[in-house]
Design a binder for this molecule. Structure first.
Ligand SMILES: Cc1ncc(COP(=O)(O)O)c(C=O)c1O
Length: 424
């Protein structure tokens, strides 16, 4: 039986429409190689994880060196050096007064802990999140996820979760135009608090750019408007940087584009270039509201993952990966804009840095071109390019390559996309 047959027989994959028919053997930089020796340009980074490139030498070396010394001790029963060093580094690179980190293994786990912390600190119990958002597959994370395609058949969910229309300008839920709308979608937060809650809101949760929702990119002044309302009502801002973090958007963290200071921030994916690790970080007084017994994780803060993460962050800072992502992203969007003049299917190109979405539409009414999206993805794969596809209508091509991708590779990406759009 080959790998694909074993997947069919022994791996539970019934929850995905299709596992891409590529058996990956190895990868380096932005190149993925399959078991037949065929190379692909990776434009999805294992869902926005491999920001510093596949098998980044410094990250791998650091992990190997740590493996020779200590793999696990439970970083909450004993002190582990890489865990402490990483926590110190995160306090340094995260915005504002964020200082104390708690480590877990994946995004959803960190979201769970962060929600608990917000409740603990405020003594309040409700949460407000965004429609079209995604925060993970655990119970609380799904409860605050604003998309029934992810929640169907899993309910009922946690009580006390309310949703605010997303800042989705291309398909404005209020059918208004920015900036004449004066951020109607942000101002609606006031009404939601007033009419949809029992006035016990602990936190407002948002992604700086809604990744799974379809790279939905809020206007520049969106979070400032939100912050004003949160401050007035003494509600914490909980920013989910799981997908936008670690240079992906052209800044170390996506929220830095918006000039606001989160109270709690959640990180995972790009934190350790592929090693499983997540964290939530908070100001000291917020973090310290956990009392003995309130939280823990057996594997969280694993020394190998933490050593890998430290090397990953050092690599990012030394190579100014954030600026690289910004420049490469601007170049990519400019080239894509040229294609859009010829391919009507490209409804909108959006995003920041190398978190780029192309919303595919069938006509002027913006009918989502989801079937076409799948065909384009297949064509790209056959041509040696692996993009992502997502969005609330499944019609957003996601271009989220390793940030070390070379310019020649980006030019090739654009060429393949051009051919893919042409054959639709
Ligand atoms: C913004 C955001 N939050 C949370 C998660 C959940 O992370 P994980 O799959 O590691 O649990 C994801 C995953 O895609 C995400 O994009």
């Amino acid at each position: 039986m080959d790998t694909r047959d074993k997947y069919k027989r022994y791996v539970n994959i019934s929850m995905v429409e299709k596992v891409q028919p590529v058996v990956i053997e190895r990868a380096n930089g932005a190149t993925i190689t399959d078991t037949e020796g065929r190379n692909y340009i990776d434009c999805f980074s294992g869902i926005a994880v491999i920001n510093a490139g596949h098998c980044n030498e410094r990250v791998i070396e650091a992990a190997k060196a740590q493996m020779d010394k200590l793999v696990h001790c439970c970083s909450y029963v004993y002190h582990s050096q890489p865990t402490a060093d990483l926590a110190e580094k995160l306090a340094y690179i995260t915005p504002g007064r964020l200082q104390k980190s708690f480590f877990g293994n994946g995004g959803a786990e960190a979201i769970e802990g962060a929600l608990r912390l917000a409740k603990q600190f405020t003594g309040k119990t409700e949460l407000i999140a965004l429609q079209a958002s995604f925060h993970g597959r655990s119970y609380a994370a799904l409860s605050i996820t604003g998309n029934n395609a992810r929640k169907r058949r899993g309910g009922p969910y946690m009580v006390g979760c309310t949703f605010l229309p997303a800042p989705y300008c291309y398909r404005c839920f209020y059918e208004l135009e920015y900036p004449q709308c004066r951020l109607r979608c942000a101002r609606a937060l006031e009404d939601i608090i007033r009419f949809d809650t029992y006035d016990s809101v602990a936190a407002f949760i948002a992604e700086p750019i809604l990744g799974e929702g379809g790279i939905i990119t809020p206007p520049d002044d969106y979070f400032l408007e939100i912050e004003k309302i949160l401050k007035k009502h003494e509600i914490l801002s909980l920013i989910d940087e799981v997908q936008t973090g670690f240079c992906r958007t052209g800044k170390m963290f996506g929220i830095e584009h918006y000039g606001v200071e989160p109270d709690i921030m959640v990180m995972a994916k790009g934190i350790a270039d592929g090693f499983p690790l997540s964290a939530f970080i908070a100001r000291e007084e917020v973090a310290d509201s956990f009392k003995p017994g309130d939280h823990l994780s057996t594997f969280g803060g694993n020394p190998v993952s933490c050593a890998a993460s430290l090397a990953n962050i050092e690599f990012m800072l030394e190579s100014d990966l954030a600026s690289q992502a910004l420049e490469k992203g601007e170049f990519l969007k400019k080239e894509l804009a040229k294609l859009a003049k010829r391919h009507k299917i490209m409804g909108e190109i959006r995003g920041k840095g190398l978190m780029v979405g192309i919303e595919l539409v069938r006509d002027e009414q913006k009918t989502p071109a989801s079937t076409e999206g799948n065909k384009i993805r297949d064509f790209c794969r056959e041509s040696g390019l692996l993009p992502g596809l997502g969005g609330i209508y499944g019609n957003v091509l996601r271009i989220q390559p390793p940030l070390v991708i070379r310019n020649e590779e980006l030019i090739e990406v654009v060429k393949i996309l051009d051919s893919a759009f042409a054959q639709i």
